[in-house]
Design a protein around this ligand. Structure first.
Ligand SMILES: [Fe+2]
Ligand SMILES: [Fe+2]
Length: 272
């Protein structure tokens, strides 16, 4: 089995059960050290359209359905679909980072493959909740926010790590407490299961952000840049993002994921 070629095939795959199955098989083969060849000569190809373009209708971010009422089946479908889309995109993001950046220490590839496996588990969990509500991934339109950030960071390890793996993933940590609170207003069994799913995802995401933080700092040591100067990379990968002015920073989770007090101060200071 060829390592980099398999990563690129998995990232491009869009048959959902097959993609998840193959990813699990690949990770298990690696775990058993089964004839995996590190085909470092495999070409690094620029990202094409996202793999989910074969599954979902793609629309502008402003046209994605907005959830209103988490107490209704429809509101929950919209919410779970949006989350499933983030998890699905995160599978491809982790696979792409392991595929694209070569000559890194073995731990780098291990970390992103483990993240891809976590994201696949999160996605499968949400997909099954959607199924119980009579829906499924692909039923609603999606936007390409994460994919766009991947494209705008495909030529820079440092930008990819800080913008996609640290910044975007950490936004999920900030969102969790309020979502958990809103879901706690309902005491039906489905609400409880959604809360449980959110908690599992939240706990795992801290480690993902920590990996993003670790490899961002590593990338900075490679090119001699200052890890405190992260704003420009994020603005380049995600145009229009405001650094600063964040009122809902989950300080505890972000500290556990490696953010420094300086980083947190930059993100929370008022913006003009
Ligand atoms: Fe996730
Ligand atoms: Fe994640």
């Amino acid at each position: 089995m060829k390592f980099f070629r398999t990563l690129s095939e998995l990232r491009g795959a869009h048959d959902l059960p097959q993609k998840l199955q193959r990813l699990g098989d690949f990770a298990a083969a690696l775990e058993r050290h089964e004839s995996v060849e590190f085909d470092t000569e495999a070409p690094v190809v620029p990202l094409g359209p996202p793999s989910y373009s074969a599954i979902c209708k793609i629309v502008h971010g402003s046209e994605v359905p907005r959830r209103r009422n988490l107490g209704s089946g429809e509101g929950r479908i919209i919410f779970l679909h949006a989350l499933a889309h983030i998890e699905y995109s995160a599978i491809d993001l982790a696979l792409d980072s392991a595929y694209r950046f070569r000559d890194m220490p073995p731990q780098f590839y291990e970390d992103w493959l483990n993240v891809a496996l976590d994201e696949a588990r999160h996605f499968a969990m949400l997909q099954s909740l959607l199924g119980e509500l009579g829906s499924g991934y692909g039923a609603l339109p999606v936007h390409t926010g994460i994919h766009d950030a991947m494209v705008r960071s495909e030529d820079s390890l440092r930008r990819r790590m800080v913008a996609a793996h640290r910044h975007l993933e950490a936004n999920g940590l900030d969102a969790h407490p309020e979502l958990a609170r809103k879901m706690s207003l309902f005491d039906d069994p489905m609400a409880e299961r959604i809360r449980d799913a959110l908690k599992i995802i939240f706990d795992d995401e801290i480690a993902h952000v920590a990996a993003g933080d670790f490899w961002y700092r590593y990338a900075c040591t490679l090119d001699g840049s200052n890890p405190e100067d992260f704003a420009a990379d994020i603005e380049m990968a995600i145009p229009g993002t405001k650094i600063g002015g964040k009122k809902n920073l989950n300080l505890d989770a972000r500290r556990r994921a490696g953010f420094s007090e300086h980083d947190l101060a930059v993100m929370s200071r008022p913006v003009a």
